[in-house]
Design a protein around this ligand. Structure first.
Ligand SMILES: C[S@@+](CC[C@H](N)C(=O)[O-])C[C@H]1O[C@@H](n2cnc3c(N)ncnc32)[C@H](O)[C@@H]1O
Length: 347
């Protein structure tokens, strides 16, 4: 099996190396002169930030300037060249300031062995479980966190949680107590705490599937005695045995497609449609392709994602729904950092 197959088969762990194969893939050779120029520009950005730290410039200003510079540089040069610059940032002395932020450090160190685990998302949600780590952070770490936690990508993820809870509640109210819901890559299922329908007991079954046993265990204990069923399973489970989970009114995945190559994304979406009851809805979210934080995430957080444009989302939906009686639509979150593909069965 090729590297790409093992990394994107829907089951293997998402590591920086595996995702880099996809995100930075290109068959064209590296232009050495362009590489040297890009290296010099990266070094300059890092040097200016270092001087600003020495002069005790407010951290927010340092980060605003640096993140803007990284974003522009990343999006101007070839992905293969950008990939070569990432270690320059990661190995630079200023990285220690950013890693004083427990959120950035968690992402960089990957304590659960893969990128984007539910513990990391809890920093974004400001969940009480991360408070001790934030309290223990140095003054520098707290200042950096004050910036990273308010980044547009984090704002969009918090909105995503609220939107998902709203979708769940809308489906529940339209199904008169019979709603069955499937969340793929549920993590800690933080949207469940925002769902009024779950509180009111008007959901029949809410299956929360994830490949990380720690997250599955956390959901099982937090939602014991409710409609939530925590299930240990991967995308591969859905691809191979979709019938095992049953039929649903609403199936969705957030924080997952950003790691799936098109081929797997399309297969998974097809299976999700097969698991829908008549008039059911499938939704998948993806980070959009022009997010301001991309440079910081890929360097100091070591968190590369497959960012997708509106057209990329349509391509997945067209390939998924060929010949089916469905309605497809796209929506963005308020700050356009996250894009949602929505497929409704018309019969
Ligand atoms: C970024 S988190 C998103 C969690 C949650 N959906 C949210 O929005 O907060 C990604 C989740 O995907 C899960 N995951 C990654 N690869 C998976 C796979 N192949 N099958 C099932 N879950 C997977 C991880 O364990 C993690 O909990």
């Amino acid at each position: 099996m090729r590297d790409l197959d093992t990394a994107f088969d829907g089951e293997s762990l998402i590591t920086p190396d595996s995702i880099a194969n996809e995100v930075f893939s290109s068959s064209s050779p590296i232009d050495q002169r362009a590489l040297e120029e890009a290296r010099a520009e990266m070094a300059l950005h890092l040097r200016v930030a270092e001087q600003q730290f020495q002069q005790e410039t407010p951290v927010g200003l340092i980060m605003q300037r640096l993140l803007g510079g990284l974003h522009v540089l990343r999006n101007r040069i070839a992905p293969k060249i950008w990939e070569q610059l990432i270690p320059l940032a990661q190995n630079h002395d200023i990285a220690r300031h950013f890693h004083a932020d427990p959120f950035t450090r968690w992402s960089f160190e990957k304590p659960r062995g893969y990128s984007g685990d539910a513990g990391l998302l809890d920093f974004i949600y400001g969940h009480p479980s991360v408070q001790p780590a934030l309290d223990a952070a140095s003054p520098m770490g707290k200042e950096v966190h004050g910036f990273t936690s308010q980044s547009p990508a984090c704002v969009a993820v918090r909105e995503r949680r609220d939107l998902l809870a709203q979708y769940v509640d809308d489906v529940a109210s339209s199904r008169g107590g019979e709603a069955e819901i499937l969340t793929i890559a549920a993590g800690h299922l933080r949207e469940a705490a925002m769902s009024q329908a779950l509180k009111n007991g008007t959901i029949k079954r809410w299956v929360a599937l994830d490949q990380d046993p720690l997250s599955v265990g956390a959901v099982a204990s937090e939602y014991a005695g409710t409609a939530v069923e925590a299930v240990d399973g991967s995308v591969r489970t859905v691809l191979m045995r979709p019938q095992a989970l049953g039929k649903f009114d609403f199936v969705y995945a957030a924080g997952l497609y950003d790691y799936l190559a098109d081929e797997v994304a399309i297969k998974l979406s097809q299976r999700c449609l097969q698991m829908l009851k008549p008039h059911g809805t499938f939704l998948f979210a993806n980070f959009a392709d022009d997010i301001a934080d991309d440079g910081y995430m890929e360097t100091f957080m070591n968190w590369a994602l497959l960012l997708r444009s509106e057209e990329d989302m349509w391509r997945i939906m067209r390939a998924t729904t060929e010949g089916l009686d469905v309605d497809c639509s796209i929506r963005f979150g308020a700050n356009r950092n996250i894009v949602y593909g929505i497929i409704r069965k018309l019969s």
